[in-house]
Design a protein around this ligand. Structure first.
Ligand code: BV8
Ligand code: ZN
Length: 244
């Protein structure tokens, strides 16, 4: 993996770094991606599960699926890719993570500034009174209900639902100021999340892609490193530490 002088120069003068991440950064933590060969979406159709109508029609099935994913997430650890991103905080004045992942692994790896575009599987709320339930839910009487009688749902963004406006606005703001914008482990097909790549480019950010294969957005990258995030990001970090 070659880090050329121009890239080293960019890394030298960079103040604000953004890491835009998707399921691929958690693949080496044994969390299945969505579209990879053993991806989640190969077995189940997103519109069948990750949307509000599906939840209303069959809350048991949707909860069974999220409880299954939560179990996998709790049995997994942040990998060297998550950890390298967290350690970048000691090398640059401002480092932010803008993630599509709901798995909380960036936080567990020690990243401080994290914007969660699609929510977080550790949070839940009542669809009627919006009371939050962020503790372990009791499934002994079936789908968990709120004291108001409303159904409790995971605090994740389903297809056809708006993103949390504050998270998206903060993500847009810092992406527009980024000197370097890393795109790590995402197929960049889900919107409006993927639009941040194009707005960062339009605002002059230096785009660096880290993925095992080219994606929809590869054509606009300044640099593409094809390989595993858990191998490439630690290498980039050690190059940065060596120069500092
Ligand atoms: C909305 C949370 C407004 C839940 C998720 C414009 C154009 C086209 C369509 C639309 C559009 N605007 C809106 C839409 C519709 C839709 C959309 O984008 N559809 C797509 C599929 C075409 N968007 C929405 O519905 C959004 N809401 O628009 O609201 C609105 C409101 C009312 C009416 C109309 C509009 C909400 C989208 C959010 C949905 N929720 N997740 C949950 O997780 O259960 S999306 C979910 O899927 C993830 O969060 C993520 O965003 C996406 C998966 O993508 P990736 O993370 O990139 O994962 P993927 O598997 O695809 O790729 C993995 C990559 O990693 C691959 O490239 C692979 O090569 C790489 N990789 C693998 N291993 C490694 C690796 N790389 C490095 N190292 C490795 N080891
Ligand atoms: Zn309620």
């Amino acid at each position: 993996m070659k880090i050329d002088d121009e890239l080293l120069g960019k890394l030298n003068e960079a103040k604000t770094i953004v890491f835009f991440t998707g399921a691929g950064i958690s693949a080496e933590s044994v969390i299945p991606t969505f579209r990879g060969k053993d991806g989640i979406w190969n077995k189940l159709k997103p519109e069948e599960l990750a949307n509000f109508n599906a939840f209303l029609k069959n809350p048991d099935m949707v909860w069974e699926w999220y409880q299954h994913r939560k179990k996998i997430i709790h049995e997994s650890e942040p990998n060297p890719g998550h950890i390298a991103i967290a350690e970048m905080q000691n090398q640059f004045p401002e480092v932010a993570v803008v993630t599509q992942n709901i798995d909380n692994l960036h936080r567990r790896a020690g990243s401080k500034i994290i914007y969660e575009l699609h929510g977080n599987i550790e949070r839940n709320y009542c669809i009627k009174c919006h009371k939050y339930y962020n503790t372990e839910l009791d499934f002994s009487h079936g789908v968990p209900k709120c004291e108001c009688g409303g159904l409790i749902r995971p605090d994740v963004v389903w297809f056809g639902e708006y993103l949390p406006q504050d998270q998206f606005r903060f993500s847009e703001e810092i992406s527009s100021r980024a000197d370097i914008f890393f795109i790590v482990g995402t197929s960049a097909v889900v919107y409006p999340a993927a639009s941040l790549i194009y707005s960062a480019k339009a605002r002059g950010a230096f785009l660096i892609e880290v993925n095992i294969e080219p994606t929809e957005a590869s054509s606009i990258m300044n640099r593409s490193f094809f390989g595993k995030a858990g191998e490439i990001l630690p290498e980039i970090l050690s190059t940065i530490i060596a120069k500092n």
